[in-house]
Design a binder for this molecule. Structure first.
Ligand code: PEP
Ligand code: MG
Length: 887
């Protein structure tokens, strides 16, 4: 058997790896190798593979045999290529040691720079470069990083020593300290090191190297990396790779610098070179947001040659990877090096624009474009914005960088911990900080928005917020955090005060504003039309197409969903039409009626109201199918509860409240979700469904008479076998026939049923004989399959998820194993009787990406979800088609 290879060299001509080896070399390592192969200037180095990380954890944190030798061999090779030796007292080689997993986890794991520095090397470097300030600065940074990351010494202690030195020298910026100051700082830093570790700072570069490698592998399992993987659902990776790379310096003087750039604008997606840099700085200064960087375009003025070279490289890399690139670069004394390239994270609007533009430019095909946009991207695009009407005449308090789009209102908190505590209590919070760091991740997740006073578009706050789709305004100079107070513009705010930020413009406002959802952009429409085409063209056996419908109960909802591209209404819950106060009184009159006459009387009042709403929905959907579900009111949601409600109904009925109360008490059910609801209501009071069917037919007739195309479908809920349909369907058919004949209108109105009771799923073949279509009501089907009350899961579901008893809440994502088995069975059984039986889903899970994938695989004709989720469902439906269809 060939010996396993652990270490891969890159730099200098041809690398041992390439971009296809991400799993083994991590994203960073694989792309460094690829760039080497493309002839792009990359500082040479080597990558220790992710398999070493896996072996390290499998084998009680011991490295596999042979690794040490391979690392030393590669180090020797690196020293040869560079013509320098690690720790050399004359002309030392310095290296960086960085993490890099197959999936990028920005800032979550550790990095150590300037490794190889010691008391002798610093002198050698000072002499060799003729720049002692630079050498001592590099040494003090190394001690700080090594102390903090490898030995766990609190970062703040070093920062305090630095601040004390600046104070003593009366300078504001680090750059104000001279070589002697930094040399003295090294003495201070070493004391801090010894105080904590009881040892002197290690002088042997190989000890330093192994210390750093251990720390980087160790950081794979640190708390924040684990949390990040959990939050981003990153599973199945071997671990991190470790990249040991020769250092290049951006802090060599004014002909040096460092920066981060994107081949296109990551916020808007515009095809414009975009980025930031700082002269005379190291990379961490840009990312940490300590100094506010300059726009990349100004680099053209400072060093035209380097700028043009950078332009060439970004074009080359983008064309090569056929995706927007996020690159880190350093210029050392006028020479450009690329330290990293990766596919750039982007805001939702940018994701869509880049996908659409790259198809037009011939860089990618439509399928690739569809795969590149994520549900989270679209979610961001559909983020709320401040209602412009409410903004009229109001000036922002200040303006920062528009770091992550969308608007957010929240109460000010100053720490991530407070954010988590307040959010736990149900408060909406807005995290206001000088800057953020990876420790703040928990607080950032629960915040409505994030506001920072320093840092640029590539600062931690900006990058993480964009990734999470959380609105963020960064680097707002008019914001000054002072303990538990913050001055914004000219006003002072304290913890708990409300502010609103607009991450799309960078504006910050006092107080709370109404937020509205944005409309679809032209690019988004184009993009989603490609998704629809993929769905429409899909074929599974007999089933052609896979559509997205919406759950809409009101004409306005239907209109919104139509505008979002819904191809029909999958569920109109007719009882929801009565949430409207004016209609509710008639509905309550109907449910407390104790004679058929009284009920019919109330129904007569309801009929025109329902008819009007049905007409509005038909009209909004312009001839697309509209499934109207006949009444299914869990009674506890509708009976009057409070004294005032009882009094109001009593007055309406002309009776005394005390005479009404017994009737209301009689309606009380021990288990309303399993009670007198759905078709059971029509079994006892058939006149209710009669009225609704009549209202549907009359609304449809009105449409036909007005030349409005219409396609109604009537759906009967909560059936447990075919008997209920055998009773109710003929009644409905008779009413349809009578009304159509009377109006002399011809119309096909299908009658189908919901499958939401496990027994109905099991007996689906019998039911199919009486149903033109099925729609899975997975809310009830989940409730009844698990015996988890859908209204009470809050008290135990978090524990189930935490203990891993369930991977996900089955009310969010269909439980494929159990509920899914019933759905599969019912679909197959139903189609064994009617081969072209239309089958859909209308439970809340219908908008969930994993559920949509399952529904496609199960052969459903459509999914149906709330209007705002329609665009995301169109995308995820197309992605499901592409994922599950063999070419
Ligand atoms: C369902 O049960 O999934 C459903 C759509 O009906 P409802 O939520 O109205 O019970
Ligand atoms: Mg239901």
């Amino acid at each position: 058997m060939a010996k396993q290879k652990f270490v891969y060299f890159f730099g200098e001509g041809k690398a041992e790896g390439d971009a296809k080896m991400k799993e083994l070399l991590g994203g960073k390592g694989a792309n460094l190798a690829e760039m080497t192969n493309l002839g792009i200037p990359v500082p040479p180095g080597f990558t220790i593979s992710t398999e070493v990380c896996a072996a390290y954890y499998e084998n009680k944190q011991k490295y596999p045999e042979g690794l040490e030798k391979e690392v030393l061999d590669n180090l020797t090779k690196l020293e040869k290529v560079m013509g320098k030796k690690l720790g050399d007292p004359e002309d030392p080689l310095l290296v960086s040691v960085r993490s890099g997993a197959a999936v990028s986890m920005p800032g979550m794991m550790d990095t150590i720079l300037n490794l190889g520095m010691n008391d002798k090397a610093v002198v050698g470097l000072a002499n060799k470069t003729g720049n002692p300030r630079f050498a001592w600065d590099a040494y003090r940074r190394f001690i700080q990083m090594y102390g903090d990351i490898v030995m766990g010494i609190p970062h703040d202690e070093f920062e305090e020593a630095l601040a004390a030195m600046k104070k003593a020298k009366k300078v504001e910026l680090d750059t104000g300290l001279d070589a002697k100051d930094l040399e003295n700082l090294v003495v201070e830093y070493k004391k801090i090191y010894k105080k904590h570790t009881k040892k002197d700072f290690p002088q042997n570069p190989l000890d330093q190297l192994w210390g750093a490698i251990n720390a980087v592998f160790g950081s794979w399992m640190n708390e924040r990396a684990i949390k990040y993987r959990e939050l981003n659902n990153i599973k199945g990776l071997k671990g991190t790779a470790v990249n040991v790379q020769s250092m290049v310096f951006g802090n060599f003087g004014d002909d040096s610098g460092t920066g981060v750039c994107f081949s296109r604008d990551p916020s808007t997606g515009k095809n414009e070179f975009y980025g930031e840099f700082l002269m005379n700085a190291q990379g961490e200064d840009v990312v940490a947001g300590i100094r506010t960087p300059e726009k990349i375009a100004t680099l053209a003025k400072k060093n035209k040659k380097v700028y043009e070279q950078l332009l060439d490289i970004k074009d080359k890399l983008e064309n090569h990877f056929r995706d927007m690139q996020d690159m880190e670069f350093t210029v050392q004394q006028g020479v450009l090096y690329i330290l990293q390239t990766r596919n750039g994270k982007r805001a939702g609007a940018a994701a869509v624009k880049i996908a659409v533009d790259m198809v037009a430019e011939g860089l990618i095909d439509k399928e690739t474009a569809i795969k590149r946009v994520t549900p989270e991207h679209l979610d961001q695009l559909l983020h709320p914005m401040i209602d412009p009407k409410a903004l009229k005449g109001i000036k922002p308090l200040t303006k920062g960088l528009n770091a992550s789009p969308g608007a957010a209102c929240g109460r000010i908190v100053f720490t991530a911990k407070d954010a988590e505590e307040w959010a736990e209590r149900g408060e909406k919070v807005l995290l206001v900080r000088k800057d953020t760091s990876p420790e703040d991740i928990g607080g950032m997740v629960v915040s409505e928005g994030i506001l920072t006073s320093t840092g640029g578009m590539t600062s931690h706050a900006a990058v993480v917020a964009r990734g999470m789709g959380t609105p963020c305004v960064a680097g707002a100079k008019g914001v000054s955090v002072q303990g538990k107070k913050v001055v914004i513009g000219e006003k002072t705010f304290k913890e708990g005060d409300w502010i609103t930020i607009d991450g799309s413009t960078g504006d910050v406002y006092e107080g709370q504003f109404p937020l509205i959802s944005p409309k679809m952009s032209k690019d988004l429409e184009t993009f989603l039309s490609w998704c629809d085409k993929v769905c429409a063209d899909s074929v599974r056996g007999n089933v052609k197409g896979f559509l997205v419908r919406t759950n809409a109960d009101q004409p306005e909802d239907a209109k919104r969903a139509f505008d979002f591209g819904a191809q029909g209404v999958g569920l109109c819950r007719t009882e929801h039409m009565f949430f409207d106060k004016e209609k509710l009184i008639h509905f309550r009159t109907m449910i407390v009626a104790d004679t058929e006459e009284a009920r019919k009387e109330a129904l007569k009042k309801i009929l025109p109201l329902q008819k009007k709403d049905f007409f509005g929905i038909f009209k909004a959907m312009e001839g697309r199918p509209v499934t109207i579900r006949l009444l299914d009111p869990p009674l506890h949601e509708f009976v009057p509860h409070t004294k005032e409600e009882v009094a109001e109904l009593a007055e309406h009925l002309g009776v005394k409240p005390k005479d009404l109360q017994p009737k209301i008490d009689k309606l009380h059910e021990a288990n309303p979700m399993l009670g007198h609801r759905g078709c059971r209501l029509a079994v006892t009071y058939p006149e209710i469904y009669d009225m609704q069917v009549e209202a549907i037919v009359l609304a449809a007739i009105d449409c036909v008479k007005k030349n409005i195309p219409v396609k109604p479908e009537i759906m009967i809920p909560i059936v447990c076998d075919e008997q209920e349909l055998a009773l109710l369907r003929p009644r409905a058919e008779a009413i349809i026939k009578k009304n159509l004949e009377k109006a002399k209108v011809k119309l096909d109105i299908q009658i189908g049923t919901m499958i939401e009771v496990p027994r109905a799923a099991l007996l689906a073949d019998k039911i199919a004989a009486f149903a033109d279509f099925f729609s899975f009501g997975t809310n009830d089907l989940t409730q009844m399959t698990f015996a988890f009350s859908r209204d009470d899961v809050g008290s135990f579901m978090p524990a189930y998820e935490k203990l891993g008893l369930l991977d996900v809440d089955p009310f969010k994502s269909v439980d494929e194993e159990g509920v899914g088995m019933l759905m599969n069975w019912a679909t197959t059984k139903g189609r064994s009787v009617k081969s072209d039986l239309k089958v859909g889903i209308c439970g809340e899970q219908g908008g969930d990406p994993a559920t949509i994938d399952f529904c496609f695989r199960t052969g459903l004709n459509y999914v149906s979800c709330s209007p705002f989720r329609v665009p995301i469902a169109r995308l995820t439906a197309a992605q499901a088609v592409l994922r599950n269809t063999k070419k």
